[in-house]
Write a protein that binds this ligand. Structure first.
Ligand SMILES: Nc1ncnc2c1ncn2[C@@H]1O[C@H](COP(=O)(O)OP(=O)(O)OP(=O)(O)O)[C@@H](O)[C@H]1O
Ligand SMILES: Nc1nc2c(ncn2[C@@H]2O[C@H](COP(=O)(O)O)[C@@H](O)[C@H]2O)c(=O)[nH]1
Length: 206
């Protein structure tokens, strides 16, 4: 059987910059694919069905839960979000690397199913900067921003359960840190599997 691909999980409070960092990482790293989650949230301005998310209604989402179609799911800021099995299973089984951009509850569920998953938590440099990023993004109403800021306190407290914590102050520095984590973990797992060709391949990956 093919060796499974690496699984990276990136979590952060809303507005800390995880989507921006993961998007920039994907542009640099053709060996990595992002999983498209399901959500009951309504699409934001530029979001497209099947690109940022599979947007779905609550009845459909709950039916998927009942059929066991999610590896993980959670209620986040009042909406349901989940990683479907089809979003990552085939790719991992083909030995390819996948990154999940999900909240801390989902991250901990994933670690139970895939103990080799690497959990990365992104922190903003300050509460004030987090609020400003949410406001500057201009996608959410003030009440939604207030709820996300309130939830951020509890989310940040979960960072200690993660394998790596990256502070996203200067974007390029945080991107470098994220690249370094992904690169070093690939080497570590390839070495653990004593797969020489994967070690050499990993050296050329980023
Ligand atoms: N290092 C940074 N410095 C300044 N602004 C940043 C930085 N990183 C990201 N941003 C900006 O902050 C805003 C929030 O970023 P992003 O949408 O990536 O956050 P997120 O963590 O994915 O949020 P959500 O969970 O709500 O999707 C965006 O407008 C983004 O351009
Ligand atoms: N547990 C999961 N959390 C997820 C998933 N997809 C996204 N998320 C998280 O939800 C919040 C809000 O996202 P937004 O797009 O509405 O701003 C954020 O923390 C995401 O990481 C998922 O599949 N499972």
């Amino acid at each position: 059987m093919e060796t499974p691909g690496n699984l990276f999980v990136v979590a952060a409070p809303s507005g800390a910059g995880k989507s921006s960092l993961v998007k920039a990482l994907l542009e640099l790293d053709s060996h990595l694919a992002v999983s498209i989650s399901h959500t009951t949230r309504t699409p934001r301005g530029q979001e497209q069905q099947g690109r940022e998310y599979v947007f779905t209604d609550e009845a459909t989402f709950r039916a998927m839960i009942d059929r066991g179609e999610f590896f993980e799911w959670a209620l986040v800021h009042g909406n349901l979000y989940g990683t479907s099995r089809t979003a990552i299973e085939d790719r991992l089984n083909r030995g390819e690397d996948v990154v999940l951009e999900i909240d801390w509850q989902g991250a901990l569920q994933i670690k139970k199913i895939f103990p080799y998953a690497v959990l990365i938590f992104i922190l903003p440099p300050s509460w004030n900067e987090l609020q400003q990023r949410l406001q500057r993004r201009g996608e959410d109403q003030p009440d939604v921003i207030a709820q996300r800021m309130e939830n951020a306190r509890a989310e940040v407290a979960q960072a200690r359960h993660f394998d790596f914590v990256i502070i996203n102050a200067l974007f390029e520095t945080a991107l470098f840190d994220l690249k370094t984590v992904v690169h070093s973990q690939r080497l570590k797992y390839a070495a653990q599997r004593r797969n020489k060709s994967q070690v050499f391949a990993a050296l050329d990956l980023i």
